[in-house]
Design a protein around this ligand. Structure first.
Ligand SMILES: [Zn+2]
Length: 75
């Protein structure tokens, strides 16, 4: 259960890269070792999922989640 370094395919260049999974189920940004682009990794009940920034739904995008959660205080 403490195996947090995983190999995944970069959604941009499709090369394998290592990612460090977050300790909880909140999505995080990671950077591809090959193309250096930023993408999103979200931990699932079993395993994890990687998204490009374009294909991630809002709930799986760290920035979008922040905006949604902060929207309530907007005045
Ligand atoms: Zn890449």
């Amino acid at each position: 259960m403490n195996q947090t370094i995983q190999k995944t395919l970069c959604p941009y260049c499709r090369l394998e890269t290592f990612v460090e999974l977050p300790g909880d189920y909140a999505p995080v940004y990671v950077h591809c070792d090959s193309c250096k682009k930023k993408f999103i990794v979200e931990r699932k009940i079993q395993g994890f999922k990687s998204f490009s920034l374009e294909e991630a739904p809002c709930i799986s995008n760290p920035d979008c989640r922040d905006i949604e959660m902060g929207a309530a205080d907007e005045q």
